[in-house]
Design a protein around this ligand. Sequence first.
Ligand code: GLU
Length: 419
Amino acid sequence: MSHKELSQYQETLNLIIEYAENLGYKESDYVTLLSPDRELSVSLPVSMDDGTIKVFHGYRIQDNGIRGPYKGGIRYHPEVDAEEVRDLALLMSLKCSVANIPYGGAKGGITVDPRQLSKDELERLTRKYAEKIFPVIGLDIDIPAPDVNTNPEIMGWFSDEYAKLVGRRVPGIVTGKPIELGGSYGRTEATGRGVTTVTHLYSQRLDLVPSETKVVIQGTGNVGLVTAQLLADLGYQIIGLSNISGAVYNPDGFDVSELNINNGDQKNYDILLDQENSEVYPDDEFLEMECDILIPAALGNQIRGNNADRIKAKIIVEAANAPVTATAEKILLEKDVKILPDILANSGGVICSYFEWVQNLQYFNWTEEEVNEKLVAQITKAFEEVVSVQSEQKGTYRQAAMSIAVDRLIQANRAKGKF
Ligand code: GLU
């Protein structure tokens, strides 16, 4: 459950102003980065299985399109609101800029707890959402993708509804699709693969030995689970894992090979708890577990002003979007905790979405090896750029990543000439 202390959106805008000014830019250079290009709010009437009609609420917010078509996922969550989607859309503009892929940023969402809906209801809701945001999306306009609580199956329904509306299949209208509908190999694992890549690159810089490095991961969704498995393959000890069913600790490190996204939260939790030396860990103290690397891979606003001083990890890798609030970050910096920011650490998903879209546009079909190789190369380059700017600026990794992102966005604005 997230508790918002300050508007993350406002915090991010303040950072943009600060970094743009540090780079020597004037207000006229960065002022267009401070408000979304377009916001769409839609109501979504859905026939429920019991014959009643329920009206849900959805959004598609296009933050900035100067570097290319708008790009970003669709989130299904009861706490989705315009302000959250606006912040997540802005993070997408910054993320695509740090990753240096030719996209702008967008985000979509529906205020709904998908667990309360039947599969048919979820499909009808998704189709209604596709229909309602249809006027503002397009192959080279705005390309949605999965986010929290959405998956390839949902993207398949979305792409089918779009096909109905235009009278033909347009595979590149959405990414994170099932392979059968033009999805890319490696896309489902891509965010976790990217998180793993930057975590490992950073550990190597600090000369950490994987077998002696203890990792705690919040979330066994697509991102947390793949990250746990890939880090375990590299020899890291995953000593803490949590999901909606609870939190588990194992001093010897879990065997995460049996975890599977299709198991659902309860079964994955049971698998962890059944292992030798596993024990239940108090949910509300989970993030404070003694470890070297903490990877929040669930929702935003998890590490806040009221728990940051109890965090014991030395490194935080933001696999979720905005899991550390600005207030928490100040407290963590005083404790010399290093944070690899979301706009770098979780960019593997959108990088692979870009590869999926490129394959769709060209009717290519790359192998999983090709995709993974390109993904690792692209995120490694982004990591190295961030590290190099950080060592010049002597600031935080977030400052370095934001500076790169803001600089590229402003340069694109300048290149286009007058508004
Ligand atoms: N939802 C993911 C993110 O926040 C992926 C977005 C995409 O692939 O377009 O980065």
